[in-house]
Structure formats: structure tokens, C-alpha cells
Write a protein that binds this ligand. Structure first.
Ligand code: SF4
Length: 533
């Protein structure tokens, strides 16, 4: 078999198809989106009838994948790191119920916050849930680990986390594939109580989870993905995790690596392998992307033993992506920096696309609230959050998916007026709906603007779960139909839009205004696709 060129994310997707998944469940989020998109476009997945639509949010995605696993089939669930916060409830509990068919969570972290609110490290969630975590260091390992993770999940009867980071997710390399496996048959778990987390059963399941920890530790100690390599210079031992292994090797691309080192790609942390390094070397350096998870544990393992350097003592910058430069500096190695940014390259702040419907909506909304002063718009996460930047500077909050409605509600509860939430159609479906229900139940005096561009534009134009049913949902939740107002956000409708915003701000209660115009990028992709059909 010849190697095939895959993005890290595509390697995960292909491995999951080859391993015989029956479904992938996900909500789009950079840098994880391509895993699901690849499966959606795969003929092999289509022929095998792999279920691959987008879910309303990460929690619903995880729950559906768990349901598929309950029925005995292999399932993949994908999200970005902040999406795991949304799915955290079911994720943690799924470690206690255990799984039936293999369940793999592919979570892509975004160190450097290229398109995220934070840099959180999903390995901590894996440790918190006490499940096996795999962290590939290249595209071939992404494939191999995703392929093997389903078996590991079935063997341990636990969900397995595959932790990726941006650089690996979004770079390509040749990958050798393996035998294509048949999907599993429907088969219920042996115990009819396994998925029942009523306290009487949950206590028993939790005990099982604790009992499995020694086995998981043993597997990590013996894993082919965790290993020791010797070196002549024992003044320093280096522990590299996942992609950190590549950055470390790149520093010594033109010379022999002098230091003894350990690579970690399967967790829990393989203590005995690191102990061997610690006994051999004077000091240790930990190279890991994200939080200092391994470094912290080494302090615990070795107490006041030999010095451990890394992110905690500032040897490696705590913030941002790991780079070869950072690792080189930490090792005080002089090498030719392979790439530096020329001076003529100036930062380009993100901005709305020319002609975007959000722009017309914000121009009208800003005019309608001008007399109230600044600080009235609570935003959500999506393209419309660009209105925080000049020339608009209209919005003042952007915290987490769905928070616009609930934060504006809190402010309205405090007597703040006008309290206005702006969110998109997809964010509304993701986690705005429950906030609207709260507002309706309490007759909150607020305006909710659902700026409907009929897609999840920020991540590449995926379909929104609320497409064409926003008004129906609002009516179903109890919003007065007279205060659900829809218009097309175009320059020529400016006066009408301002008037509608003003009227609905003045209405005492919950009102919903829906500026609706398809995202221009999505429209162009659609037209291009139709042409090539
Ligand atoms: S991608 Fe679409 S919604 Fe986002 S700024 Fe561009 S046109 Fe507007």
C-alpha cells in the first residue's frame, strides 16, 4: 500500500472509517471541523451508510455517540477544546457508565487561540474522567491511534480521548492505511444496569472505574507510543509529549540528539519510563503543548528530587503554541531558525466580508440604540462578534456559546435597559434556546437579535440545526408572534430596520428580531458546487 496525503484531521477521519465506525457526531469548531467534513465527503463512508450530519451542539453529539456505542456499534465524536466544556456533563459520566461499542472522542485543542476563547488543555479532562488519552505526534500516529483507539475503548470498556492540537490537525503528511474493518453488529451491553446512573448503580460503576486505573497505567507503561531513547549528555533528560516530540527533534535536525529522552503519547503518564530518565539525568525538561500537565505530575512523583523545568518555571513560554524556536531556546541550543516573519508582513485584524448581512444589521441596531449610549449589546460567538472591533465597537461581551441571551437577561434582571443579545442561527440552536426559555418564563424585558445567515459561517458554512425553523422554535417557546420580526438586512432597508429595532426595544417583554440573509461566502460555495454538478 502506498502512503496517502492526509491532514492530521483527515487521518483521524479515515482511520475511523477504516476501523468500522457506524457514525460520527460533532458540532463544527476550529481546529476539529475537517474530521467530520472528511467523513461527510467520503464515498467509502457513504457506501457504508456512516451517519455523519452535524449535531446541534457538542453535548447532543456526545450523547448520540454514546447511544450508538450503547447499541454495540463503534462511534466517533468530535469537537474543539471549548466544545468539551459543553459536553463535559455526559463526557465525565460516560467514563462511569463505560461504553459498549468503541467510543472515541477526538478533541482538537487550540493553543495560541487562533480561533478560540481560551487555550485549555483537554488532557486534563481525560485525567479528570480517568480514561485513556492518546496524543499523536504526527499524521501517521493520528491514523494509527484513531484506528486502535476503538479497540482500546472496547477492551477497557471506556471512552478513549484522542487529543489533537491545531498544528497537527492542519498539516499534511503521507499516511499508510490499514485493513478496512467491518462495522460491528447491534449488541446490547451484558449488564442491563450499566448505563443506569441511579446512585445504587452509579456507585458500583464508579468503583469499577477506579479498579480499572491500575490496568490503564500498565497499558500506558507498555504502550509502543511511550518510549525511552538514550543520549550521551546526561546533564539533562527531556520528556516530550505528543507533538512536542517533533519540535524537539526538529531542533536537532542537523545534528545528533545529545540528551536522553522520553516520548509520551499515551496517558495516564507512564511513571516507570520517566523514572528511568530521572535516575539517569541531572535535571529534567518537559516539552508539552498546552498546560503543564506532565510537568506538574513530575513534581508530585519526584518530590524535592531533581529539578524539573518547563512551563511552570518559565523555561518554556506558558502561553501560545509550542514551536521549534521555543524548544530550542529552552535547550539553549543555537540553531538556524527555519522561518522568520519578514518586516513587511503586517498583522491583519479580522473583519466582516464586504457586503455581509451582519454589517447592515449592526448599522441599523447601532443607530437604533445610539441615544442609550455604549455597552448595551451582549454578543455570542460567530462572525457577528467581529462587531467588537473598529469601526463598529458595538458589542461588549463574548464569553461562551449561548451566553449572549443569558448574560443580557442577567443585566435586564438588574434593571439594565435596553438589554440586547445578538447571536446567530447556529448559536441559537446550539445553546441559545434554553436562555430564551428562561427569558420567556420570566417575561424579561429584553431584545434578542438572531442574525440568521443560514449557516455556521465561521467554521466554513456548515448547516445550522435551526435552519428555516427559528420562528417556529420561538413561537413554541412562548414568544409573542407580534414580537417576532423578520427582515432582510440590506442597505436599502435601513430605515425600516432601525424602526423595527426601536419598536422592539420599547416593547416591555421578550422580543425577537431576525435579520435574515444568507452568508455571502456560503452563497458562493453553493453556487460553485451547483455549477460543478
Ligand atoms: S463569512 Fe459570511 S457571515 Fe461571516 S463575515 Fe463573511 S459573509 Fe459575513
Amino acid at each position: 500500500m502506498k502512503p496517502e496525503l492526509f491532514l492530521g484531521n483527515e487521518a483521524v477521519a479515515q482511520a475511523a472509517i477504516d476501523a468500522g465506525i457506524s457514525g460520527v457526531y460533532a458540532y463544527p469548531g476550529t481546529p476539529s471541523t475537517e474530521i467530520t467534513e472528511y467523513i461527510q465527503q467520503s464515498k467509502q463512508a457513504l457506501d457504508r451508510q456512516v451517519r455523519c450530519n452535524w449535531s446541534a451542539n457538542e453535548k447532543t453529539a456526545y450523547e448520540a455517540a454514546l447511544g450508538m456505542s450503547y447499541a454495540g456499534k463503534r462511534a466517533l465524536v468530535c469537537m474543539k477544546q471549548v466544545g468539551l466544556n459543553v459536553a463535559a456533563d455526559v463526557f465525565i459520566n460516560s467514563a462511569i457508565t463505560g461504553v459498549n461499542g468503541g467510543l472515541v472522542l477526538a478533541v482538537a485543542d487550540d493553543p495560541g487561540m487562533h480561533s478560540s476563547q481560551n487555550e485549555q488543555d483537554s488532557r486534563f479532562y481525560g485525567k479528570f474522567a480517568m480514561i485513556p488519552v492518546l496524543e499523536p505526534s504526527n499524521q501517521q500516529e493520528s491514523y494509527n491511534m484513531a484506528y486502535e483507539a476503538f479497540q482500546l475503548s472496547e477492551q477497557s470498556q471506556l471512552p478513549v480521548m484522542l487529543r489533537l492540537t491545531t498544528r497537527l490537525s492542519h498539516t499534511r503528511s503521507g499516511v499508510l492505511r490499514r485493513e478496512v474493518l467491518q462495522p460491528k453488529s447491534l449488541k446490547l451491553p451484558q449488564s442491563s444496569k450499566q448505563f443506569l446512573l441511579l446512585p445504587i448503580f452509579a456507585r458500583k460503576n464508579y468503583r469499577h472505574l477506579l479498579e480499572k486505573q491500575d490496568l490503564l497505567q500498565e497499558w500506558a507503561e507498555q504502550s509502543k507510543y511511550n518510549f525511552f531513547r538514550d543520549g550521551a549528555d546526561k546533564s539533562l533528560g527531556v520528556v516530550c509529549c505528543g507533538l512536542g516530540w517533533n519540535y524537539f527533534q526538529e531542533v536537532f535536525a542537523d545534528s545528533e540528539i545529545p540528551y536522553p529522552r522520553v516520548k509520551i503519547s499515551q496517558y495516564p503518564v507512564p511513571v516507570s519510563i520517566i523514572r528511568k530518565l530521572e535516575e539517569l539525568c541531572d535535571e529534567l525538561l518537559v516539552v508539552e503543548e498546552g498546560y503543564p500537565l506532565v510537568e506538574e505530575q513530575l513534581h508530585d512523583f519526584f518530590g524535592k528530587g531533581k529539578p524539573v523545568h518547563g512551563k511552570l518555571d518559565g523555561t518554556i513560554d506558558r502561553q501560545g503554541e509550542l514551536t521549534t524556536d521555543k524548544v530550542g531556546r529552552a535547550l539553549a541550543v543555537i540553531y538556524d531558525e527555519p522561518f522568520s516573519v519578514p518586516e513587511c508582513v503586517v498583522p491583519r485584524p479580522p473583519s466582516f466580508c464586504m457586503g455581509c448581512g451582519h454589517v447592515d444589521a449592526f448599522k441599523a441596531l447601532d443607530e437604533a440604540i445610539a441615544s442609550y449610549g455604549a455597552g448595551h449589546i451582549f454578543s455570542d460567538i460567530g462572525c457577528y462578534a467581529l462587531a467588537a472591533l473598529p469601526p463598529f465597537e458595538s458589542i461588549y461581551t463574548c464569553v461562551d456559546m449561548g451566553a449572549s441571551i443569558t448574560m443580557a437577561k442577567g443585566a435586564a434582571d438588574a434593571g439594565f435597559f435596553p438589554a440586547i443579545a445578538v447571536l446567530g442561527d447556529s448559536t441559537f440552536a446550539h445553546s441559545g434556546i434554553t436562555g430564551l426559555l428562561d427569558a420567556v418564563n420570566e417575561k424579561t424585558n429584553m431584545l434578542i437579535v438572531i442574525s440568521d445567515n443560514q449557516s455556521v459561517s465561521m467554521t466554513g458554512g456548515q448547516d445550522s440545526a435551526a435552519k428555516d425553523i427559528i420562528e417556529t422554535i420561538c413561537v413554541g417557546l412562548g414568544v409573542d408572534t407580534r414580537h417576532i420580526r423578520v427582515f432582510v438586512p440590506l442597505k436599502k432597508n435601513h430605515e425600516e430596520m432601525v424602526q423595527i429595532f426601536k419598536e422592539e426595544i420599547e416593547f416591555e417583554g421578550v422580543s425577537v428580531v431576525i435579520p435574515r440573509r444568507e452568508c455571502l461566502q456560503k452563497a458562493m460555495w453553493r453556487m460553485k458546487r451547483n455549477k460543478t454538478k
